[in-house]
Ligand binder design. Structure first.
Ligand code: LLP
Length: 433
């Protein structure tokens, strides 16, 4: 009935998130509220991990892409599940360190890491820096030399694959702010230069083709391209890569018509391509890394709101306004992303009303969903927006000086705050009065 399998309806006609009554959670912790189901996150981690064991002899590591949802809690959880971490900023490195995450399993991304961030990475013992460009390579080598260390690195490569949700094309996708290109020799050149540097250890290749992809073939194609490049490195410079990082991007179901492929299918298909190409080209099988973000956390999340005014503009549209909006979920205004919603206190009622869910920000485009079918709503109802675990909390803002919601983690029948609700004091914390 619902897009995520942990959701159901109880005898009171309330939405259940795992073993927790959503209406009860809203009452206890207030709204808007992000609810994350720990069991779902752990299960998602295990699907990937077990697939690497099964299809790639365990010769790999799943890195959780923290940009999807980054908290001390998730660092602890993913560490417990044996995952590594993809981080993209000093802030994410700082959180990892504070959470006690094993820093050698951290991979640091970004197309414009600052010098300070690189210093922080080296000094924090970040395992691998994924170098984006020549300037960064030089800066990093200097930082490592000054500290007498040798920093392990990989390179972000543009594999020339443009993956759309239901389609992909091979392009010379040189026009991207991320990484170095294959077709103009840039990638080959930077790898060779790095291999002669004293304080960096080039260890492999990375690519990331897109996000919310529902097909296996673009990932296979990317793996093929990367392995061919690895073979070229061997042929031309006798350089062997040890690690191949194929990024994230595996699609998640937001609305019933989304049809994601089971996540282990990606690993299976890609593993076959890597094994095949390695055998054909006489190169060794690299340690394989994957970086799922959305597919680890999206379906674990539900956002609960309280309905305020319901504005029925005859023959035009019915607006149901909630006490959050683009501040806690900017994905509609940014991407017109689709979500499934349910009235949590009448969760089993038929969706007979066509409505638009509006946020509370001073901006017309501040919507959560447009023209969707919902059960009849009235002020005071609890609205649940489903599958909000990825890129909601992590992209939240204080627009209009609205405090960010709390994050509550549920596990079995237990519920605990893992990120407390912002207060007005938090809002003015950096103002100089
Ligand atoms: N690795 C790299 C290098 C990435 O750039 C990304 C996402 C991932 C892994 C994780 O991809 P995922 O498995 O989550 O698709 N804000 C957008 C998504 C941006 C994704 C950016 N990179 C959204 O809300 O849809």
């Amino acid at each position: 009935m619902f897009v995520s399998k942990n959701l159901s309806v109880n005898g009171e006609n309330h939405l259940m998130i795992g073993k927790n009554d959503a209406v009860g959670l809203a009452k206890k912790f207030g709204t808007p509220l992000y609810v994350m189901d720990e069991e779902i996150i752990r299960e998602n981690c295990r699907v990937y991990k077990e697939a690497i064991d099964k299809y790639y002899d365990g010769n790999g590591l799943v890195l959780y892409a923290n940009k999807a949802f980054c908290t001390a809690w998730t660092f602890r959880l993913t560490a417990e599940e044996g995952l590594g971490a993809d981080v993209v900023s000093g802030g994410e490195i700082y959180t990892a360190k504070k959470a006690g995450f094993p820093m050698e399993k951290v991979y640091f991304h970004g197309n414009n890491k600052t010098r300070d961030e690189l210093v922080m990475a080296v000094e924090s013992g970040v395992g691998t820096v994924i170098v984006d460009n020549r300037y960064e390579l030089d800066v990093l080598n200097d930082i490592a030399r000054e500290r007498g260390v040798k920093q392990k690195i990989m390179f972000r490569i543009k594999p020339g694959i443009d993956a759309h949700t239901h389609d992909f094309i091979r392009t010379g996708q040189i026009d991207s702010k991320f990484g170095v290109a294959l077709e103009n020799g840039e990638a080959l050149e930077i790898y060779e230069i790095a291999s002669k540097m004293e304080n960096v250890i080039p260890d492999g290749l990375h690519c990331h083709i897109a996000s919310q992809v529902f097909e296996v073939e673009p990932f296979c194609e990317a793996a093929r391209v990367m392995m061919e490049f690895a073979a070229e490195l061997k042929d031309k410079f006798a350089i062997e890569i040890n690690e191949l990082n194929l990024g994230g991007g595996f699609g998640t179901r937001y609305v019933p018509e989304d049809d994601p492929i089971p996540y282990d299918e990606y690993i299976k298909a890609v593993s076959e391509v890597v094994k095949e190409t390695a055998a054909q080209r006489g190169i060794k099988m690299p340690f394989m890394l994957m970086e799922p973000g959305r597919s680890i956390v999206a379906n674990a999340g539900v956002t609960l709101y309280t309905v305020g005014g319901v504005k029925d503009i005859k023959n035009i549209r019915k607006y149901v306004s909630v006490d959050g909006g683009m501040g806690d979920n900017p994905r509609y205004i940014l991407y017109q992303a689709k979500y499934s919603s349910v009235v949590a206190n009448r969760a089993g009622d038929a969706a007979t009303d066509k409505v638009t869910i509006a946020g509370k920000c001073c901006e017309s485009g501040d919507l959560i969903a447009e023209d969707i079918m919902l059960a009849q709503t009235k002020p005071g109802d609890i609205l649940a927006v489903l599958t909000t675990g990825a890129y909601n909390y992590s992209m939240a803002s204080n627009y209009n000086r609205i405090p960010r919601p709390a994050v509550v983690a549920v596990n079995g029948g237990e519920a605990k705050v893992v990120v407390r609700r912002e207060t007005y004091e938090d809002i003015i914390r950096n103002d100089v009065f």
